[in-house]
Ligand binder design. Structure first.
Ligand SMILES: NC(=O)c1ccc[n+]([C@@H]2O[C@H](COP(=O)([O-])OP(=O)(O)OC[C@H]3O[C@@H](n4cnc5c(N)ncnc54)[C@H](OP(=O)(O)O)[C@@H]3O)[C@@H](O)[C@H]2O)c1
Length: 339
C-alpha cells in the first residue's frame, strides 16, 4: 500500500497561488511546515499521510529546517523517506525549503551564520532529505556576531553551486533584514521571502517588516498562524491530552495558553457567526491581506489539513468583523514570548 501512492491530478484546482514578492515564484496560499509531528518521536505513517494529503490538495510548498525533529535532523529524514518512497517522481512539482543557523551539532561550527556552519549544514540537510537541491535555503535567524557579508557569501554560494534555487531569511530584526536584502540583491541572488511569526495574536510585522518587503519586492510567509494551536477550538476547555501544549517535546507552554483563553473564546464567537472554525478564520484573516504570500501551518493529523483547507471557502471579511477582531486582540493579555 505504501509504495502505490499516486498523486491526485486535480490537486491544483482549489488552491490559490500567490506571487512571492517580485519573483517568478507562485506559492500556495497555504503551506505546510514540518517543525512538529515529523520527528523520530512521531508515528511515521501519520507524518506520511499528512505530507501526501497536503501535496494532493495543492500544498506544494513544504517547509523544513536542519533542527526540526526531535531529535534534530529527524524531520528532514522523515521527509527524505517519504520523498524517496512516494514523491520522487513529483520533485518538480514540489517547492521544498530548509534552514541553517539554529543549534544543530556540538562545537563552534554547529550553529549561527558562518560560511562554515551554513554550507556544512546544507550538505547534511540534502543527504537527510534525499534531495540534490532545495528550492529555498534560509538563514534561520540573525547572527549579530557574524558579518552579514559572510552569511550572504554562503547563501550566494549555495545558489551558485546548484544546491539551492533561492535564498531567504527568517526572524531578522528590520535593520538587519534590510541590510541583508540589499546585499543579496547586489550579489545577484535576491532574497525570495521572509519567514516570520504572524497571527491574529502576534502582529509585530505590521510595524515595519511588511513595508520593507514591499519596498524590496520580497515575499512573506507567516509561521505559527494558529499560534501553535491556540487559535483553534482545542484549548477552549483546558489542555487536552496529546496536544502540543501537553507534550514535553513541544514548544508551546501551558502558561502561554491559559491566560489567552477568554480572548480566544471571543474570537471563536466571531468565527461561529461566519460559519467557520476558529482555525479557518485565523487562516482566512491572513489571506485577506496581500502582504502575506503564504500562511505556513503545522498539523498533527491529515484531518486538520482537510479542515484548515476549508478556510479557502470564505476569505471575505466585513469591516465590522475586522474591527471586532482588532478590538479583541488589542486588549490585554497578550502573547507571552518568555513564558
Ligand atoms: N522560522 C522559524 O523560526 C519558525 C518557527 C516556528 C515555526 N516555523 C514554521 O512554521 C510551521 C508552522 O508552525 P506551527 O506548527 O507553530 O503552526 P500553527 O499552524 O500555528 O500550529 C500548528 C498546530 O496547531 C494545531 N492545529 C492545526 N490545525 C488544527 C485544527 N484544524 N484543529 C485543531 N488544532 C489544529 C496542531 O496542534 P496539535 O499538535 O496540538 O494538534 C498543530 O500542530 C512550522 O512547521 C515551521 O515550518 C518556523
Amino acid at each position: 500500500m505504501m509504495k502505490n501512492y499516486s498523486a491526485n491530478e486535480g490537486r491544483y484546482k482549489q488552491m490559490p497561488y500567490r506571487r512571492c514578492g517580485k519573483s517568478g515564484i507562485l506559492l500556495p496560499a497555504i503551506s505546510l511546515g514540518l517543525w512538529h509531528n515529523f520527528g523520530d518521536v512521531d508515528v511515521y505513517n501519520n507524518s506520511r499521510q499528512m505530507l501526501l494529503t497536503a501535496f494532493d490538495n495543492g500544498i506544494c510548498n513544504i517547509d523544513l529546517a536542519n533542527n526540526y525533529g526531535p531529535p534534530p535532523g529527524s524531520a528532514e529524514e522523515t521527509f527524505g523517506r517519504i520523498f524517496k518512497d512516494d514523491l520522487r517522481s513529483y520533485r518538480d512539482e514540489l517547492f521544498v525549503s530548509t534552514k541553517a543557523c539554529h543549534e544543530m551539532w556540538p562545537g563552534p561550527y554547529g550553529e549561527w551564520g558562518s560560511r562554515k556552519h551554513m554550507l556544512a549544514s546544507l550538505d547534511q540537510s540534502l543527504k537527510r532529505m534525499n534531495l540534490d537541491y532545495v528550492d529555498v535555503f534560509y538563514s534561520h535567524r540573525y547572527d549579530p556576531n557574524t558579518p552579514l557579508e559572510e552569511t550572504v557569501s554562503a547563501l550566494v554560494q549555495a545558489v551558485k553551486t546548484g544546491k539551492a534555487l533561492y535564498v531567504a531569511i527568517s526572524k531578522y530584526p528590520v535593520d538587519a533584514a534590510e541590510k541583508i536584502m540589499v546585499l543579496l540583491r547586489e550579489a545577484g541572488v535576491p532574497c525570495l521571502i521572509d519567514q516570520l511569526r504572524y497571527s491574529m495574536l502576534v502582529r509585530d510585522a505590521e510595524k515595519d517588516l511588511f513595508e520593507l518587503h514591499r519596498k524590496e519586492g520580497v515575499g512573506c510567509i507567516s509561521f505559527s498562524p494558529l499560534a501553535q494551536g491556540v487559535l483553534t477550538e482545542k484549548y477552549l476547555n483546558g489542555i487536552p491530552e496529546g496536544s502540543r501544549a501537553a507534550k514535553e517535546s513541544g514548544f508551546l507552554k501551558v502558561n502561554q495558553v491559559l491566560p489567552l483563553i477568554e480572548k480566544v473564546k471571543s474570537l471563536h464567537n466571531i468565527a461561529l457567526d461566519r460559519g467557520q472554525t476558529l482555525a479557518q478564520m485565523a487562516i482566512a484573516w491572513q489571506l485577506t491581506d496581500d502582504r502575506v504570500t503564504s500562511v505556513l501551518i503545522g498539523t498533527s493529523s491529515p484531518t486538520q489539513i482537510h479542515e484548515n483547507l476549508k478556510a479557502l471557502n470564505n476569505l471575505q471579511f466585513t469591516r465590522e468583523e475586522l474591527d471586532k477582531i482588532d478590538q479583541i486582540v488589542n486588549t490585554p493579555p497578550f502573547w507571552n514570548f518568555s513564558a
